[in-house]
Design a protein around this ligand. Sequence first.
Ligand code: UD1
Length: 391
Amino acid sequence: MRILSVVGARPNFMKLAPVDRELAKRPDVEHVIVHTGQHYDPEMSATFFEQLWIPAPDYHLDVGSGSHAQQTARVMQRLEPILTELHPDLVLVYGDVNSTVAAALTAAKLGLRVGHVEAGLRSRDWSMPEEINRIVTDRLSDVLFAPSRDALANLALEGIPAERVQFVGNIMIDALCWALPLAQELDAPARHGVAGGPYAVVTLHRPTNVDEPAVLRELCQALDRLGSEMAVLFPVHPRTRERLRALDTRRNGGGLRLLEPLGYVEMLSLVAGAELVITDSGGLQEETTFLGVPCLTVRANTERPVTCLHGTNRLVAPRWEAILAAAARARHGRSPARPVIERWDGRTAERIARVLCEGVRYDANEAEPSAGRPPRQSRRAVAIPQPATAG
Ligand code: UD1
């Protein structure tokens, strides 16, 4: 069986890694990896392949940056001849970036089967390009790998036949469980000089937060003020770096420290020990929930509601008073117990491989199929750092 995975942007790479590791165990599977090149800076791409032990891509499409239409079109044009030549049994796409929808569309038009890892998430905010990418990709997919029950409900509401949907759990947690021992060994808080004290980790890159100077200024004000209470480590996405430069205000004062984008393991190491995370990323909402670290998501909505309902995530408006008030509440309300979310257990890639290679079904209503599976040790990580005091 030939399975071809298409990835392109930073959040795709940690989803690919566990799937690739699992497929590599199966001698009857040839796993071909195509990198579209949507993200190309070494710290946005190559570092992730190295740290997550992903083999070098078999094909690199080198599409680079551009408008949404340009980026999507370039992926389609450059991917089509590869798919035509290799004619894979299944094209696997991940998440919700432009490379995802472009690959799904190209494959579907060639009559190839499409599998979507992280299907069914919905923010219901059509102004987000990712929402369009999710909906179109799911509509085109033959096998939809859902991370959570809300995703199953969204797909059912949209009329996607239940037999196409597999409730496999959250692939991000597989990557996290795999990397956590490495992250603890790395001890990034000590390397950044923040071990032992409270610190916040910040990532912001969504156009709604960084493209409008007034909003970005407000966010910077919040971070400056938070920096008077604790160290604030802010690895900066290239888009945000450009916008900050244009703002031309003083940065890196007080506790606020702007950093280059970090590799996966270093970021995980920092997040696991953080007092607080402030973000607009999708993956961090999930990672902080799994780790039990309070998270403020600077957005009006989330496609990952389970992280707010059962996890540590709270939505917050992009206003400095709102952010500081929410930060204080989150710090003082921190629970020492980590949330447990169904099938976020580090075994999602194994389930995906079983669906693809053995025809196993992961139904929403049934206990997991277990016949024939040898007993195995849980891959859930242990010894997750917790704050010294819980307020
Ligand atoms: C993309 C995804 C977003 C995801 C984010 C993670 C889409 C629509 N968006 O957004 O869902 O959360 O990745 O990072 O696919 N740039 C560089 N170097 C790079 C990549 C980008 O300098 O390696 C700069 C370029 O100026 C580029 C800008 O960042 O124009 C935006 O990159 P792009 O890939 O268009 O979208 P992201 O904002 O990264």
